[in-house]
Ligand binder design. Structure first.
Ligand SMILES: *Cc1c(COP(=O)(O)O)cnc(C)c1O
Length: 429
C-alpha cells in the first residue's frame, strides 16, 4: 500500500494547521506514522488520496451509523440544498427533529439545538448551575464531554492519548469547581457529596463510557447515582453524544431505563453534519433564553442542512429490527475473535456495547479509567498499523471505540475478523 500523497499532504498541512489536523486524535500520535488523507466515503468504505480502500470503523467517530454517503440522506440533503444553506430564522425542520428526538427519549420534553457536542455540554452545565443555584460539577475520570474548560480534567481518549492530564489554559478558578469521581465506583461519588453536600449543581456521565475505550456501567451504579442526585437536589446529566441513537433508538437511558434530568446529544442526530443538542424537562429547559434568562445562542444553530441530515438518519433508524441488525454485525466480530483468545500469547479483552467495540490490550478486566490505562498502547499501535496495511481503518487510539455501521456487509465483517486474527497472531511474542 502506497501512502505517498497522504504523506505529502500531511507535511503541507503541518505548516498551516497545528499538528496538521483540526482534532488531535486524527494525527496518529498514539499509533505512530502519518494519518491518511481521505477523499471520499461510500457505504462501509473510505478511500484515501492515494486511492487505497479501507473498511472504516471510525465512521466519522460515530455519526455515520448508516455508512458513508447513504443514498437517502444524500437525496434529502440535495433537496434541502436547493433551498439555501442557512437562514438564521426558525424553520419547520427544527421542530420536526426535536419531536423525533423527544419521542425517542421521553426524559426530554424540550430541546435546544447547538453545533457540537462540546457546546451541548457547556450549555447544559450553565443551565444546571442556573437551575440549582450551585457551582460545582462532578465528572468521572476517563469520561470525555468535549473540550469545555471545566471538563478537561481526566477526560479520556484525546488527552490520555497525548499523556496530558489536564490542559494548560484552564483557569484554576474553573478547575476548582470540577470534582472527579471514579467510574463504576459508588464510594467515590458518595465522597464528593459528603465533602460538598450543598454545592454540587450536576453530575455528568457517559452512561456507557466510550472515550476511554468502551466500558459498561452497572445498572446498580447508574440507579444509585440517580437516587443520590435526587437526594442532594443535584441534576443528573447523561452525556449521550455517542450513545444516543447508537446503543438503541432510546439511547443508554432507554436501555437502562433510567431518566436523567438533562441529556446531551450530538454525532448521530446530525447525520454527519455539525449538530449538538441538550434537553430535559420543560420546567428546566424553559429557563433557557428567550423564554428564560440563561443565555445561549448560535448563528448556525438548527442549520437546515444539518437538521435535514439528522431527520433522514433518524427516520431510517426508526425502522423495526435496525438495532438488532447492527448488534448482530458487531457480535459477529466479537464472536469471530473469541476462538483465538485463549491460545494467544497476547492479553486482550474485547468490550462491546451494541455496535461499539474496543479491543483492550489489557490483562485484567477493564472497569474504569485506571484499569483502561494499564493497556499496552505500544502493542495497540503495532496492531493498528497491521490492520491499516490490510485495508482496515480502526480508530487510531487504544482509548477510542470502533463504530460499526449498517453499511458493513457480512463480507466486510468476515474480512475484518480475518485481518484482526492475523494481526493478533502476528503480535505473539
Ligand atoms: C464526541 C463527544 C463529545 C464532544 O462532541 P463534539 O461534537 O466533538 O464537540 C462530548 N461527549 C461525548 C460523550 C462525545 O463522545
Amino acid at each position: 500500500m502506497n501512502h505517498k500523497k497522504s504523506s505529502a499532504f500531511f507535511q503541507d498541512a503541518q505548516k498551516y494547521l497545528p499538528g496538521g489536523v483540526d482534532s488531535p486524535v486524527r494525527a496518529f500520535k498514539a499509533v505512530g506514522g502519518h494519518p491518511i488523507f481521505v477523499s471520499r466515503g461510500k457505504g462501509s468504505k473510505i478511500y484515501d488520496e492515494d486511492n487505497n480502500e479501507y473498511i472504516d470503523y471510525v465512521c466519522s467517530w460515530g455519526p455515520l451509523i448508516l455508512g458513508h454517503s447513504h443514498p437517502y440522506v444524500m437525496k434529502e440533503l440535495a433537496k434541502a440544498l436547493k433551498n439555501g444553506t442557512s437562514f438564521g430564522t426558525p424553520t419547520v425542520l427544527e421542530t420536526t427533529l426535536a419531536r423525533m428526538i423527544i419521542s425517542a427519549m421521553p426524559s426530554m420534553q424540550m430541546i435546544r439545538f447547538v453545533n457540537s457536542g462540546t457546546e451541548a455540554v457547556m450549555s447544559a452545565l450553565r443551565l444546571a448551575r442556573a437551575y440549582t443555584k450551585k457551582d460545582k460539577i462532578v465528572k468521572f475520570a476517563g469520561c470525555y464531554h468535549g473540550h469545555y474548560d471545566g471538563l478537561l480534567a481526566r477526560s479520556g481518549s484525546g488527552l490520555s492519548t497525548l499523556g496530558i492530564p489536564d490542559s494548560p489554559g484552564v483557569p484554576s478558578s474553573i478547575a476548582q469547581n470540577t470534582l472527579i469521581a471514579q467510574f463504576n465506583d459508588m464510594e467515590s461519588i458518595k465522597k464528593c457529596f459528603n465533602d460538598f453536600p450543598v454545592d454540587i449543581a450536576a453530575v455528568i456521565i457517559e452512561p456507557i463510557a466510550a472515550n476511554m475505550g468502551v466500558i459498561h456501567s452497572s445498572k446498580d451504579f447508574l440507579q444509585s447515582l440517580r437516587n443520590l442526585c435526587s437526594e442532594f437536589n443535584s441534576l443528573l446529566i447523561f452525556d449521550e453524544v455517542i450513545t444516543g441513537f447508537r446503543v438503541g433508538y432510546g439511547g443508554a437511558q432507554g436501555l437502562y431505563n433510567i431518566q436523567p434530568d438533562l441529556t446531551c446529544l450530538g454525532k448521530i442526530i446530525g447525520g454527519g453534519l455539525p449538530v449538538g443538542a441538550y434537553g430535559g424537562r420543560s420546567e428546566i429547559m424553559e429557563m433557557v433564553a428567550p423564554s428564560g434568562k440563561v443565555y445561549q445562542a448560535g448563528t448556525l444553530s438548527g442549520n437546515p442542512l444539518a437538521m435535514t441530515a439528522g431527520i433522514a438518519t433518524l427516520e431510517l433508524l426508526g425502522h423495526k429490527g435496525i438495532y438488532d441488525e447492527l448488534e448482530k454485525k458487531t457480535m459477529a466480530i466479537e464472536s469471530g475473535l473469541g476462538g483465538i483468545l485463549p491460545n494467544n500469547g497476547i492479553n486482550f479483552k474485547i468490550v462491546r456495547a451494541g455496535s461499539l467495540l474496543t479491543i483492550f490490550f489489557a490483562k485484567n478486566p477493564v472497569m474504569d479509567f485506571s484499569s483502561a490505562l494499564l493497556s499496552d498502547t505500544s502493542l495497540f499501535g503495532t496492531f493498528f498499523h497491521r490492520l491499516l496495511d490490510q485495508g482496515i481503518y480502526w480508530p487510531p487510539s487504544q482509548f477510542e471505540a470502533a463504530f460499526v455501521s449498517l453499511a458493513h456487509s457480512d463480507n466486510d465483517i468476515q474480512k475484518t475478523v480475518c485481518c484482526i486474527s492475523e494481526a493478533l497472531k502476528s503480535l505473539r511474542i
